[in-house]
Design a protein. Structure first.
Length: 214
């Protein structure tokens, strides 16, 4: 299943794309006439085998569980003052193709609002298929680490901190389902659809754990 989102060029803000990327600012597309980007369902067979080792039956059960969770959430009585229910983490439902770096590396990102930071995985866990694209910052001519005194480093309160040994800004983020990522903050070029956005603040994750991919 593929859905195409068309985005107005006036002001566009991305909160978090969890496979990999993260930007923390709003940007203006003054010359572009907007852009469109395809969203792929997480179980879309064309690329599923590249990023996950789950079986067909496991994907069906996970889809049913997510549907029941959404139905339960919609039928809850929010007027009740005291209530309790079991909470099950929902994995990302839709993915989008983006390109990072120069030369650009195409990868899949989860459209998510779990944090203010967009990060991309810069290592390869054992469960990730070897054919899946991996961003190598040393291979990109536009990758620039962020210093500890920069405004992006200071604006990520609670998520960013200074690595005094390297003199660069690092980040750490955690999510409600137990997933996490930590690594270096940097600026990089990002391509969404046919629009190139330069000097985007991203996280380059070297230590992370995500229940979506494994």
């Amino acid at each position: 299943m593929v859905r195409t989102i068309k985005v107005d060029p006036i002001v566009t803000a991305f909160t978090s794309l969890i496979f990999a990327i993260s930007m923390t600012r709003r940007f203006h597309l003054s010359e572009a006439q907007g852009f469109s980007i395809d969203l792929f369902h997480r179980d879309f067979l064309q690329f599923h085998s590249l990023v996950s080792s789950s079986t067909s039956s496991e994907r069906v059960m996970n889809a049913l569980r997510r549907s029941f969770n959404r139905a339960n959430a919609l039928t809850q009585d929010y007027m009740v003052r005291l209530a309790s229910t079991d909470v099950f983490p929902n994995k990302g439902e839709y993915l989008m193709k983006i390109s990072i770096g120069t030369p650009p590396v195409e990868t899949l990102a989860i459209a998510d609002t779990g944090s203010d930071l967009t990060w991309i995985r810069c290592n390869r866990p054992s469960c990730l298929h070897k054919k899946a694209s991996l961003f190598e910052p040393t291979h990109s001519s536009t990758y620039k680490p962020i210093s500890c005194t920069s405004s992006p480093c200071n604006s990520l309160l609670g998520s960013a901190f200074c690595d005094g040994f390297k003199g660069i800004c690092r980040y750490t983020v955690e999510y409600g389902d137990g997933s996490y990522s930590n690594g270096d903050l940097a600026t990089e070029s990002m391509k969404l659809g046919n629009v190139m956005i330069r000097n985007v603040t991203i996280g380059c994750g070297y230590h992370d754990e995500s229940s979506f991919w494994c």
